[in-house]
Write a protein that binds this ligand. Structure first.
Ligand code: FAD
Length: 323
């Protein structure tokens, strides 16, 4: 038995969520006294691949070539499943990203494996079964699912497991898989990047604004604070519905679910539908002028005050701290 981690790259680079998934997979491998193999698909250079060994990968299967340069759901799932077969992997770990969530069930079918997406903690192992704590109902609750199948596929939520450096070196092996025409029925034709800013689903810090900010002209404060903190910007649903911000920033039940280390909510009431997408954040800071705002009930730190007074002070304080 071995453990396999799919090391997803973005433009040839690994994000922090990959190193979290590697550290998580390493811990599972250690619990089972076995080795950890990573599979990388697309054109990732040797220096980047070598980074995986820092977090405990013993071997890297490198799949390159033009056909698989860009993400293709079905084809990538076939490659990862073949890598798992080659390595005799009993556990396959992915990041619970947009692509990871699409891949996990497909790999599950190919390997006849049990699948737990949205995992937030290491599995509890008894005999051959894994109990995995995962988010449920768009992040409003946690559930524990039991995987009893011989092979398990687990997709780990970004920012839910710490990166652990172990050191070591990994041997890199070129790995070829014969893909089928049916693997390429749905393909990405073009990727249009809407922004160069920090990507919201992967962000470690998110600064989010609600209707309390009164209008799009006041978002400069949110953006300035986000830039100072290296954070992504987000918003509540009414804000994106009103066109103050793009829909890609809308978090919550009907938007993106985020789980950053720090979520700063400014002028957001904390409706249940909003909380559904942010409640697994590690630390929540709420700035609201209404002391009765429901958001304060789930906040780790609350500032009762007018955003138009508090934010400029916060921005000045962060600037002074950084100076
Ligand atoms: P409001 O509820 O208007 O709250 C504004 C807050 O700002 C208030 O708490 C107020 O005290 C505070 N405020 C006002 N002025 C200031 C100031 N100067 N300084 C500081 N604070 C100030 N919402 C989402 O966000 N995401 C979703 O995914 C989502 N999905 C939904 C799905 C369904 C089916 C439904 C029915 C609703 C959904 N909603 C969602 C909407 C949700 O119910 C709330 O209406 C919404 O979250 C409220 O947005 P808000 O907090 O920005 O605005």
């Amino acid at each position: 038995m071995s453990v396999l981690i799919y090391a997803e790259n973005t433009g040839g680079k690994f994000k922090k969520s990959v190193f979290e998934a590697v550290s998580y997979a390493r811990a599972i491998a250690d619990q089972n006294n076995t080795s950890l193999t990573a599979v990388s698909i697309g054109n990732v250079d040797a220096t980047e691949l070598a980074l995986l060994s820092k977090y405990g990968v013993n071997k890297v299967l490198n799949v390159s070539g033009d056909k698989l340069k860009e993400f293709v759901n079905q084809a990538y799932a076939s490659v990862i499943a073949e890598a798992a077969k080659k390595e005799g992997s009993a556990v396959v770990v992915l990041s619970n990203t947009f692509s990871g969530r699409g891949l996990a069930p497909r790999i599950g079918i190919k390997l006849e494996a049990g699948v737990a997406d949205g995992a937030v903690a290491l599995p509890e192992q008894t005999g051959g079964s894994f109990k995995v704590k995962k988010t449920a109902f768009s992040g409003k609750a946690f559930a524990t699912v039991e995987l009893t199948s011989a092979i398990k596929v687990i997709a780990l939520v970004p920012n839910s497991y710490k990166v652990v450096e172990t050191g070591g070196t990994a041997q890199v092996e070129d790995f070829r898989v014969e893909t089928k025409a049916s693997d390429f029925k749905a393909m990405i034709k073009e990727i249009v990047r809407s922004t160069d800013k920090v990507s919201l689903p992967d962000a470690e810090i998110v600064v989010s604004g609600g209707r309390g900010l009164k209008g799009p002209e006041n978002w400069g404060m949110i953006e300035e604070l986000a830039e100072l903190l290296g954070a992504a910007t987000a918003c509540s649903k009414p804000v994106s519905d009103a066109g103050w911000r793009p829909h890609s920033e809308h978090v919550g039940q009907t938007g993106i679910a985020v789980s950053p280390n720090l979520y700063i909510a400014v002028g957001i009431s904390g409706a249940i539908q909003h909380l559904a997408g942010v409640s697994s954040s590690k630390v929540i800071v709420v700035i609201n002028k209404d002391p009765e705002a429901p958001f304060f009930k789930v906040a780790d730190y609350g500032i009762v005050g007018d955003a138009f007074e508090v934010l400029p002070k916060l921005i000045t304080a962060v600037k002074e701290y950084k100076a």
